[in-house]
Design a binder for this molecule. Structure first.
Ligand code: MG
Length: 207
């Protein structure tokens, strides 16, 4: 019997190397507001958390401090910029499509992201991989304040798929903590380019 009955993928930094694009889009829309967002700060403090939480952190650090709701008004512009860039060219590595095609026959699959479904679904559709996933859990799928690192997003995905022993595939500290808090096995991905190989190795580890 297989060790896992489902595989729950984080989106950014796992299925697609999108964090540099998220960063560039945020940096671009924040600049006219007088805020600089450098990659090192984004990488260390912003990846894996809800956008509102991220803006709270950025607003607190700003000189003078800014209220996150003022910065949240920039979200539609960032979202549109990100959509245009990510759907403009195929964002998924060929190895990801091959992996998902192979897994889809054996496992239930989901995407569990701190980005909104409205943001990630068009990218999955544009990349031709949306049909592999039984459900998408995004920022709007759980109550505010219950995002990663809380277990709720992964618990919700497992519930929707009726999965008891899923494998969580994650790259960020918040996402790894979320998967562990849900009580699920977790596979850490450091570079999206290695994801397909690491997942294949992990699910065949018992063979
Ligand atoms: Mg991620």
């Amino acid at each position: 019997m297989p060790e896992f009955d489902a595989i729950l993928f984080d989106f950014d930094g796992v299925l697609v190397d999108s964090e540099p694009v998220h960063w560039a889009c945020w940096a671009e829309v924040l600049a006219p507001a007088g805020l600089t967002l450098d990659w090192e700060f984004y990488r260390d403090c912003c990846i894996g958390i809800d956008d509102r939480e991220m803006l709270r952190t950025i607003g607190t650090r700003a000189q003078p401090p800014r209220h996150w709701e003022e910065l949240w008004a920039l979200y539609p512009a960032k979202k549109e910029l990100f959509r245009a860039r990510m759907t403009g060219e195929p964002p998924f590595a060929p190895s990801v499509d091959t992996l998902l095609g192979r897994l889809a026959g054996q496992y239930k699959l989901a995407v569990v992201s701190s980005s909104s479904c409205a943001e990630i679904e068009p990218i999955l559709v544009a990349g031709g991989v949306r049909h592999y996933f039984g459900t998408l859990v995004g920022a709007e799928s759980v109550e505010r304040g219950r995002h990663k690192p809380a277990p709720d997003p992964y618990l919700l995905a497992a519930q929707r798929l009726d999965a008891k022993t899923p494998l969580v595939v994650e790259d960020s500290a918040a996402g790894l903590a979320s998967g562990r808090a849900a009580g699920f096995a977790v596979l850490e991905i450091e570079r999206p380019a290695e994801m397909a190989e690491l997942v294949s190795r992990r699910i065949h580890a018992r063979c």
